[in-house]
Design a protein around this ligand. Structure first.
Ligand SMILES: [Mn+2]
Length: 329
């Protein structure tokens, strides 16, 4: 490990030890990477004999995460959360807010917290965008990381700490989801982090159970994937029907398209609200989809990006995308 990482880890430890009120927050609609790294971090903070709270806004919609929370309870383990309605009571001048897996205020679970708390740490693996949070005490944003879990696993390893195998399992699920099962953004360091989580006792069978999904949702997605087609030698496009979909549905299809022969980049276009059409883009790493989405007002990461376009039809957005792709050539 480089001296630079040591410095980051040491500063993080020092800041945690210096503050008496610690809040942890990830992005809205938390996923296994955001929550996995939050749970991992809370375990570390516990080991320093400090109290911390993971900020929660809405009740959990992600079934696999719900299942994980229940498993934590069933195993007589514990994680400390605070709801939006109560969090103000925990804020004082000394409060430390640690934001994980996003660096944009508007993306966070409770954006107002960013203005209310003086001491903020940001740890993220998305490409740094212009609208990042300012006035940060410590920031580590590295798009070379596969996931925020990768950072947290390395931090636990650096501190020579143990966490319960269940937390290690949840973290490993996050790492696998963010890399689409080691297909994307995966480096030697990613495998090392996964190996470390396995060593901590991450359970392979439980991990697969948590990654399992509802069969109906799977079949619905396959039906949509059937309609995808190649738009040139190495890109696949899937244009959804007129129904309204969630961003994550678009993303899941785009990710799945990458597993097909010759597909180096994939694009999925669909309605995400009454007047917004979304594009979700994925790449296996040769084509920079962030650059393509930026030309359509969006952003993201080299291998995963998205945009939202207002007051245009799906067909019009398809035209826009095809024009941008023509220019790219
Ligand atoms: Mn992530």
């Amino acid at each position: 490990m480089g001296d630079f990482m040591e410095e980051i880890f040491n500063s993080l430890t020092q800041l945690i030890k210096e503050h008496n009120s610690i809040l942890i927050m990830t992005h809205r609609n938390p996923d296994f990477d955001g929550m996995g790294s939050a749970l991992g971090l809370q375990q570390i903070i516990n080991s320093f004999k400090k109290e911390s709270y993971i900020c929660i806004n809405n009740s959990e919609k992600n079934n696999s995460l719900k299942k994980s929370y229940n498993l934590i309870k069933e195993n007589n383990l514990y994680f400390n959360t605070v709801k939006k309605t109560y969090v103000d009571n925990l804020i004082n001048d000394d409060t430390l807010l640690i934001i994980l897996d996003t660096h944009k205020k508007e993306m966070t679970e409770i954006p107002e917290l960013v203005d209310k708390v003086k001491n903020i740490i940001v740890i993220d693996h998305h490409i740094k965008s212009k609208d990042h949070i300012n006035d940060i005490t410590l920031s580590y944003i590295n798009s070379g990381l596969s996931s925020t879990v990768e950072f947290m696993a390395n931090y636990i390893k650096y501190l020579n700490k143990q966490i319960d195998p269940l937390f290690a399992t949840i973290m490993l699920v996050g790492l696998e989801i963010d890399t689409n099962n080691f297909r994307l953004k995966t480096t030697d360091k990613t495998y090392e982090a996964a190996a470390f989580l396995s060593k901590l006792g991450a359970d392979n069978i439980l991990k697969q159970e948590l990654l399992q999904e509802n069969k109906e949702i799977y079949i619905k997605r396959q039906k949509l994937i059937e309609k995808s087609f190649m738009i040139n030698k190495n890109m696949s496009l899937c244009v959804l029907d007129s129904k309204i979909y969630e961003n994550k549905d678009l993303a899941a299809i785009a990710e799945e398209l990458l597993q097909f022969e010759n597909v180096e980049a994939s694009f999925v276009i669909g309605n995400i609200s009454k007047d917004i059409v979304g594009i979700s883009a994925r790449s296996i790493g040769k084509i920079n989809v962030e650059q393509i989405m930026a030309k359509l007002g969006g952003g993201g990461h080299y291998t995963e990006a998205a945009t939202q376009i207002k007051e245009k039809t799906i067909n019009e957005v398809q035209e826009l995308l095809l024009n941008v792709l023509k220019e790219e050539k």
